[in-house]
Design a binder for this molecule. Sequence first.
Ligand SMILES: [Zn+2]
Length: 250
Amino acid sequence: MSRRLTMILIDQETDMLVNIDMQKTFMPGGGLAVTGGDTIVPIARRVTDRFRRESRTATLDLHMEGHISLASSYVGIDSHTMVNFEGVTDLKGVANPDRLAARALFSVDDFMDYMRKVKRQVLWPDHGLYHTEEARLHPAFRRDEFGFILVKGMDPKCDSYSAFYDNLQRPTGLAQILRRQNKRRVFLQGLAFDYCVGFSALGAVTEGFETYVIEDATRPVGYPADSVRNMYAQFRAAGVRLITSADIGA
Ligand SMILES: [Zn+2]
């Protein structure tokens, strides 16, 4: 990957930093542990310090128990299982009232309807449960140092990777907020590269923002095996720019 020769100077008026899901739930010891997820904290902290409060957004991935994306909402389904509409074996296994756990906050019809629209969904281990300590913003950051905090994942019938749209493509309102603030460029870091950071970056491009992902301030889940490669390919096609924290000047 070629490196930039010039520093990127932050313009506090037109640039926005979006810290994606900096929660212990995505770090070693957490419910959906991303390998090395904790190692990005000091880097992400330094990058955050380059932006003033009004130019910082933080997202939090929060779910209720019984959320459609959690393997524990189903009976006998392991986490890190990809279900998809074409993969009939998986789908048949899930789309059966007997396969929904008592805690499920959705019906079989809801599940079928959702799968028809999203086509594929990974069922994850419990993570981001709103009442748990690990779901809170990582203690290296304070909520009040962000101009905007976006909570995603609270609709029990829909997962939400991107900060710009949920997985049913319904807007979160972030794009409108950025436009109102005359933002032109979006910088992203956090967890995880191949899901929430990646889809947020693609969403930012779709919304017309010049989009940068700070590579040393993110780490991937790596499931399924081609998730990272696929995200890089989507970045290339969309024009997402990859930088490191060292590229950002004062
Ligand atoms: Zn989640």
